[in-house]
Ligand binder design. Structure first.
Ligand SMILES: C[S@@+](CC[C@H](N)C(=O)[O-])C[C@H]1O[C@@H](n2cnc3c(N)ncnc32)[C@H](O)[C@@H]1O
Length: 446
């Protein structure tokens, strides 16, 4: 497959058939979707379909026990490729922790609903920790070139000096911790730099992933796991550094289409026992107004509006205290109009065992379904929340500026197997034709 414009996967060609256990699980998820369709009069928006097949408690892709990440899963994220990813992030994160420390906040606010690394898991919450996904009542300001879509503030010279400082007060919050590898490798590196945050909180919706993260941290950094806490919702205020990699793309959007002067929302219905994509006239005037403000002036068009993702960033903006930093990494574009032609029908894609599927409704509950991120919409949302955009770069540019190649040279001699496999991973992370171009790093400050 072409990795330029999509989630990274291995581009395999023969779609493997799920085993009987997986099929049986998928049938349970499909039955759940059929019940929702019945309740909705035979039609379900794609947003509600994705919410069900990805996040229904005990059933959804992220909420049940499939492997998901890595070689044996469905896709590979940056932290699964190589520890050098998190090691490289340690420098800008430590600089941001030092910066937060210099703002010396009032005593740390207790974080809500916390599980400590060593404690027993608590029963899963069915509440979304994210704000409700209602469209904002006021339309966003017109697209502007966001202030400071420029260079990173974490330049090498400053970073080297700052890393020496001991930063103890501020906390780190990771949203959507995946397998826990990023947290483990980052904490290891921050410890080596004498820059451990007092608390490392992970906000993770999935109870099975929370358990996996706990296990990874116990295995890899047993001496640091007591600093880690699991949250079930966003704290009311937060001072420190927030990091999220590939979370926004996993939040279900509303999918809106304009054909001539008519507006539709994409959804799902049953056709001869099979789920199919079906549009319905858009019945939400606020959503239509929002789409109209973002769509090109003329022409038929379809795009995803990630209302819940935008609400998350706006809320984060309101809750981050002065001196805090938010790092967002994801794949997407600066504005919908610049999407390559292959996304004329929208960016919604489904992944299974490193294949991109033509039919995102196949095998409900077994596929990861994602959409590209509209970074301008996200930047505007964060700015509405009070954050300032300080940097927007491709992942390739960012990681190279932060010294990923220096980290690579420390692996060993270039002819050694360890170096060669790390070099291959780094190439994937920074190559504009792989993850280096379509993935962006966006930095916000309060
Ligand atoms: C594509 S995975 C990325 C995982 C990890 N950040 C990485 O790079 O490997 C998406 C992650 O976001 C989490 N997630 C999705 N929606 C979430 C939400 N509303 N709150 C917290 N975590 C969420 C998923 O459970 C999963 O851990």
């Amino acid at each position: 497959m072409n990795t330029t414009h999509s989630k990274f996967n291995r581009g395999k060609t023969t779609l493997p058939e799920p085993d009987a256990v997986a099929h049986a699980h998928s049938e349970k998820v499909a039955a759940h979707v059929r019940r929702l369709l019945d309740a909705g009069g035979g039609w379900l928006s794609l947003h509600d379909y994705m919410q069900a097949v990805l996040y229904a408690p005990g059933l959804g892709y992220y909420m049940a026990g499939t492997q998901k990440f890595g070689e044996g899963g469905d896709f590979i994220t940056a932290s699964e490729l190589t520890p050098l990813y998190a090691q490289t992030w340690a420098m800008p994160i430590s600089a941001a922790l030092v910066q937060a420390q210099s703002f010396s906040p009032s005593p740390p606010t207790p974080l809500p609903q916390v599980e400590r690394g060593a404690s027993n898991p608590r029963p899963p919450s069915t509440d979304s920790p994210f704000p409700p996904s209602n469209p904002p009542s006021a339309l966003p300001t017109p697209l502007q070139t966001p202030v400071g879509f420029a260079d990173t503030p974490f330049e090498k010279g400053a970073r080297r000096g700052q890393a020496e400082a001991k930063c103890s007060t501020p906390s780190m919050l990771e949203l959507g911790g995946g397998s826990g590898l990023f947290a483990a490798h980052l904490l290891q590196q921050l410890k080596a730099m004498n820059c451990l945050p007092d608390r490392y909180a992970i906000l993770e919706l999935s109870p099975t992933l929370r358990e996996r993260q706990r296990q990874t941290l116990h295995d890899k950094v047993p001496d640091l796991v007591s600093r880690v806490e699991w949250l079930e919702r966003l704290p009311d205020t937060f001072h420190g550094v927030v990091f999220m990699n590939e979370v926004l793309d996993a939040i279900p959007p509303r999918v809106v289409e304009r054909v001539g002067d008519a507006w539709y929302e994409h959804g799902v219905r049953l056709d001869d026992g099979r789920f199919i994509i079906a549009s319905q006239p858009l019945s939400d005037p606020a959503l239509q107004a929002l789409a109209a403000s973002r769509f090109p002036v003329r022409g038929d068009y379809v795009a995803e509006l990630n209302i819940a993702g935008e609400a998350l960033l706006e809320t984060l903006g309101q809750r981050l205290t002065s001196g805090s930093t938010l790092f967002i990494i994801d794949y997407g574009f600066e504005r919908a109009e610049t999407l390559p032609a292959q996304y004329a029908g929208g960016t919604l894609r489904a992944y299974y065992r490193h294949h991109v599927l033509n039919d995102p409704l196949l095998w409900p509950g077994l596929l990861d379904i994602t959409c590209h991120v509209d970074f301008v919409a996200m930047a505007e949302a964060a700015q509405r929340g009070g954050l300032a955009l300080t940097s927007f770069q491709t992942q390739g540019e960012f990681l190279q500026k932060q010294g990923i190649l220096d980290h690579l040279t420390r692996i060993g001699a270039p002819e050694e197997a360890a170096y060669l496999s790390a070099a291959q991973a780094v190439r994937t992370l920074i190559n504009p034709e792989a993850m280096g171009g379509v993935f962006k790093v966006v930095v916000f400050r309060n």
